[in-house]
Design a protein around this ligand. Structure first.
Ligand SMILES: [Fe+2]
Length: 305
């Protein structure tokens, strides 16, 4: 009994689609190993026709324990389940994007990059899907590194980036921004304590330990600058790298159907939420897979002389 695998539609560099998967298969050590290896090798794993809270928890626990997502909390869920819930109206703001009002729009990012420990991944489960919109975008930072011109690679190696928590993408210094903000959901107030977080530092490039491949570790939404180069030259370099990272053609937008799950590697993939046209319903649940790649740290503030 094996998994049935196929490529992500229109995407040759990352991702895989698994069909015929059932929760009972997770009891087979060989299948568990295969799914873990696919996660590391492919970055995004789509499980067609796979749904249910028990299935979601069991799948995510394969990779370690679940944790709460710092921006997502749901009082209705038992704490011991350690699951974070993403109801579309519960995360992100409502913005004007491409001339349309959309809720739950999120700029390109890696989860928790504004903390010194970034979670290793997540699992999203689609329950209600709007008739249009609501896609989740992914960009592979291994493929982006490999495509980076050699002179830029040389300039990026050894640099560290500063990150700061920002709730509103309109205020993002380096990220992609919506046209205007319509409002925030009532759930967004739960994130207020993060506004006081100190800045953190993450390497601009790191090596995926299992494969030796390099990852262009840049999170545009929360980036504040290059450590030691918070000047015109550093900002120009960072903007050049982000333009490369977000260049058209690199992204895959997952068009959801009800009753499937997507697992991704947050250490390697950028993701974004395209938002749902106002008035349409979208319901997702997500788990957040704990992890610490141990390369992040809090910014060192120089003592006054
Ligand atoms: Fe996210």
């Amino acid at each position: 009994m094996g998994l049935s695998l196929s490529p992500l539609p229109g995407q040759s560099e990352f991702g895989v689609v698994v069909t015929g998967f059932e929760i009972g298969m997770l009891d087979d050590p060989a299948i568990r190993q295969q799914i873990h290896d696919l996660w590391i090798d492919k970055g995004v794993v789509v499980f067609r026709e796979f749904s249910g809270l028990e299935s979601q928890l069991k799948l995510s626990e394969l990779f370690g324990h679940n944790q709460s997502h710092p921006m997502l909390r749901d009082a209705d869920m038992p704490e011991e389940m350690k699951i974070s819930v993403n109801i579309d109206e519960g995360v992100g703001g409502t913005y004007m994007v491409d001339g349309e009002e959309r809720s739950g729009w999120l700029a390109w990012h890696k989860d928790s990059m504004y903390t010194d420990e970034i979670n290793h991944g997540g699992v999203l489960w689609s329950i209600d899907v709007p008739e249009r919109g609501g896609e989740t975008g992914f960009i592979d930072q291994i493929a982006a590194w490999e495509a980076l011109p050699d002179d830029l690679k040389a300039r990026c190696e050894g640099l560290n980036l500063l990150y700061v928590y920002s709730l509103d993408s309109i205020e993002s210094k380096f990220g992609n921004r919506p046209e205007s903000r319509v409002g925030f959901s009532k759930y967004m107030s739960t994130t207020a304590p993060f506004a006081k977080l100190a800045r953190v530092v993450h390497p601009m490039v790191f090596t995926q330990p299992e494969t030796g491949r390099k990852v262009l570790n840049v999170c545009p939404w929360f980036a504040a600058g290059i450590e030691g180069m918070e000047n015109e030259e550093g900002d120009a370099l960072l903007r050049e790298v982000i333009a490369h990272l977000l260049a058209p053609g690199r992204e895959y937008y997952h068009r959801w159907v009800p009753g499937e799950m997507v697992l991704w590697d947050n250490w390697r993939m950028l993701h974004c939420a395209c938002g749902t046209p106002t008035g349409m319903k979208r319901l997702m649940r997500r788990t957040t897979i704990f992890g610490d790649y141990a390369l992040g740290r809090k910014e060192k503030i120089a003592e006054p002389a």
